[in-house]
Design a protein around this ligand. Structure first.
Ligand code: CS2
Ligand code: MG
Length: 408
């Protein structure tokens, strides 16, 4: 069996999705996602200029050897751009494998460990009242778990993932007003004074059963993060996410020394080598990698297995930071993984998105049910994507009030 062609498509409804389609001499094709937020053209170019010319003629069933060929063959290993490009190829090859076997991917991994996989929604509010309304709307929809992000009183600008105005939406992931980022101002002391009390008020309002998650988004130093995790211990969070940048994996020791609040880290990681110490020393409770950013299904399965040896559960990063194709790949891993924790889930179900990426996956009562169709169980409409083109966009950058550049 041989790969005969591969094409990259950049664009989609409200997002620069990067979709890879691999064609074979047996008519079976595979789909992969290489959507690297705000840098979408780069994995697309890596695929187009370096990887696809090598793919032609390879046997698509040899997904492990192909992964090793590109990873070791690159010489300059890892990094988000390369691993997103490898990730797309790997997802597409697993999609082909499942179609050849006539099985949904979770069957190839080891079958189902659960039917519905727990997901969490994103609640946000310009102030605490606004946030409470947002949480209530998700609880009414049947969600069992909700991430909560709140505007901080006195903060000079809206904070991460928080709308400027009450009841306003916010596309905090990509601002399509151009390639030059907006500036968000951050004040740690205001955040540290306000947020623990706000989280307790949310717990008091919604009771002990709601799984409450909060994303610090890398804004604290390890010491501040330890103090914050200790302060919110009584809230009983499901997890505290990215409390501090994790380049220095050892820095996470300080949080563990001061708090039992569950910690989730990993969405910015693109290989096992950025999280192996966090996992082996049990400095985290959830690993947040994304199949797209961390080299695809083949590499993420290695991370899941390592995590499973060390009481660490999965909590995959979610769309629309990447596409419904990666959501499908993660849904199959979520159905199988014995150490599954939770899946981030922003409702992508706009008619435009559904017609570009048709699938039989579905959400009910806060649980995600994976399709039983062979392979990934998601398709891609090449005619539909022609309606879209790449739009330059960027995250904000963050500065402290004195102008110091800080962590977005
Ligand atoms: C966020 C991400 O979903 C999350 O947990 O941290 O959406 C993050 O802000 C974006 O992926 C950045 O591109
Ligand atoms: Mg996050």
């Amino acid at each position: 069996m041989k790969i005969t062609d591969a094409k990259v498509f950049v664009g989609g409804p409200g997002k620069n999705y990067v979709t890879l389609k691999i064609y074979t001499d047996q008519g079976v094709y595979g789909l992969g996602d290489a959507t690297l937020n705000n840098r979408e053209t780069l994995p697309a170019a890596y695929l187009q200029d370096y990887l696809i010319p090598n793919l032609i003629g390879m046997d698509p069933r040899n997904s492990e050897d192909i992964w090793q060929f590109f990873y070791r063959g690159a010489y300059f290993r890892r990094g988000p751009i390369a691993m997103a490009a490898f990730g797309a190829i790997d997802m597409a090859l697993w999609d082909i494998k499942g179609k050849l076997a006539g099985m949904p991917l979770y069957q190839l991994f080891g079958g189902k460990s659960r039917d519905g996989a727990l997901v969490y929604a994103h609640a946000a509010g310009a102030d605490l009242d606004d946030l409470m309304d947002s949480v209530a709307s998700y609880v009414d929809q049947g969600y069992k778990a909700v991430r909560v992000q709140c505007g901080i009183p006195g903060m000079p600008t809206a904070s991460y993932a928080v709308p400027e105005e009450k009841s306003a939406g916010t596309d905090y992931i990509t601002d399509f007003s151009g390639i030059r980022p907006k500036v968000e101002i951050w004040d740690t002391e205001k955040y540290m004074r306000f947020m623990p009390e706000a989280l307790q008020k949310i717990r008091d309002r919604f009771g002990p059963d709601l799984k409450i998650l909060h994303d610090v988004h890398h804004r604290l130093t390890p010491r501040e993060a330890a103090a914050f995790a200790k302060a919110v211990e009584p809230v009983g969070l499901f997890w505290l996410e990215d409390p501090t940048p994790a380049e220095d994996q050892d820095a996470l020791n300080l949080i563990r020394q001061h708090s039992t609040t569950p910690i989730a880290i990993g969405e910015v990681f693109n290989s096992i080598w950025e999280c192996n110490k966090l996992i082996e020393r049990e400095l985290i409770d959830f690993i947040r990698v994304a199949v797209t950013y961390a080299g695809g299904i083949t590499h993420v399965k290695r991370i899941i297995d390592l995590a499973g040896l060390h009481n660490v559960r999965t909590g995959f990063h979610g769309a629309p930071s990447h596409s419904p194709i990666s959501m499908a790949a993660q849904a199959h891993l979520n159905a199988w993984a014995p150490n599954f924790g939770i899946q981030e889930y922003l409702v992508l179900g706009t008619p435009e998105c559904d017609s570009l990426f048709p699938s039989q996956h579905y959400l009910r009562d806060g649980l995600f049910y994976v399709s039983n169709a062979p392979g990934l169980g998601v398709d891609f409409d090449e005619d539909e994507v022609a309606k879209y083109s790449y739009k330059p966009g960027s995250h904000p950058v963050v500065r402290l009030e004195d102008g110091t550049l800080w962590n977005y």
